[in-house]
Design a protein. Structure first.
Length: 53
């Protein structure tokens, strides 16, 4: 029983820390453009074409 008195507050604290980190990353714009980086590989750059013989 004493173990639960210690583990439950620790679990709640870790959950709140994870939730705070998630909202912080939302506020900083980490999830704004999920598809842009994945699709950027398909864009042909003119600089790359000039280097290839």
């Amino acid at each position: 029983m004493n173990g639960l008195l210690v583990l439950i507050p620790i679990a709640l604290l870790l959950g709140l820390l994870g939730l705070a980190a998630f909202f912080w990353s939302l506020k900083r714009g980490q999830f704004d453009d999920m598809d842009g980086a994945a699709l950027r590989i398909f864009v042909d750059d003119e600089e790359d074409k000039a280097v290839q013989p």
